[in-house]
Ligand binder design. Sequence first.
Ligand code: ADP
Length: 466
Amino acid sequence: MKWNRIVVKLGGTIIILFLAVLLPVGFVTNQIFSAFYLNKVQEETDQLSARYADFLVETQDPMSVKMMAEFSQVNTFIVDVDGQIIVSADLEHFSKGAYIPKKELQQLSKGAAIEKEYTDSKSGIRYLVAGKPVANGNLFYGGVYILSSMEGIEQSVHKIRDLLILSGIGAFFIALGLTFVVSIKLSAPLVQMEKAARNIAKGDLETRVSVTSGDEMGSLAHAINDLAVDLLRYRDTRSEFFANVSHELRTPITYLSGYVNVIKEGLYQNEEEKNQYLDIIYQETGRLTHLIHDLFELSKMEEGKIVLDMEWIDLAEVIEQSVLKAGIKAKEKGLEIGIDLQNEIPAVYADKRRMEQIIMNLIENAIRYTEKGTVLVKMTGTDSDDYVITVEDTGIGIPHTELPYIFDRFYRVEKSRSREFGGTGLGLAIVKKLVEFQGGTIEVNSEVGCGTIFVLRFPMKPKEAV
Ligand code: ADP
């Protein structure tokens, strides 16, 4: 058994605590009982000796005192004016003719009581000795002593002590057993979770912990299970991501190598055809550059390595610039492109370059997926502290079932037409990340054949700017 196990630590702590409480409590209880019994005997002995002394003064008859004492089973002896024992006790040391110590006699003659302990050397029994002077006014006759055996008290105190020790030992073992059971119950799920965590670390991401309790153990088990699920999802998306990346790279490279080969081998009819092939090569290299750029951007964002350059900007100006840039493409397709800035919008706190990237991306998508009609960019303030930018078009639209996925990397609605439209499938994933980095949200609404609207919502004053 390892010494750093929970069972040992918890058990040891509880037992130490238990002893720290039990030992002083036992000791104090024992002391209280002993003191209580001793006091009681002292009181009784004291009272009895005083009564016998009074009786002796009245009767002047030591033998009747002795008889009374024998009748009440009290051991007594009486001394005369010289301190000599005239009525003996049932103990050798206090037999008739013996003298009490001079000091005691002096004390008695002065009217003081005697109180002492005596241990019989033969039997080993301890006695409490109480002596009272027998005197009538100034006349001193001697003294009367009572000897109370402490054997009974000691026995009862011993019994109580034994009982305390016994119940202490019993309670100790019960605590030991309980500690053991509780600790095992506590450490079993931990051991299970440790195994599960190690399996997960080794890559067995299907591992789950089966702890069902609703306490902290249960929460930890849930957290481990959630972690495994997240890792599994991450692994799957990562594999999917690599598969997508290689697919996206392979397509233009196949085109490139094919057309380069055609030109190299001189497999073209005339200069015009050759120029067509060169155009395709140029477009494909452009697509590759675009893809690599987007991938690089996205990976930086996912690693959290992107640094925003936040400042107070005039967003209306950013929107106007973006619409101006994209306007040429819109005109080429015969589309109308417009801006609607409904209110007087105050300056907003944002990263200007990234904001332009977001809006440009949405406008370019709108133009790309619209054959006729309008592309409109609106900006409004709201009642709350948010401002809203919308980019809407009258294009081909997105089916409702596809809407939840369009912000995923490489997700394209019409796969067959993707090359025709020329996107990388990363644009909206990048837009979403850029929006979220600036504390905003992005939503989409669309009707197939009618058009699409992207709604961006940003806080007017992000927390760090206040
Ligand atoms: P892409 O580079 O292929 O455009 P995006 O991530 O920008 O990739 O968009 C993902 C998919 O969402 C697109 O392939 C397209 O099918 C769809 N989409 C995006 N914007 C629009 C839009 N304005 N109208 C219709 N479909 C759109």
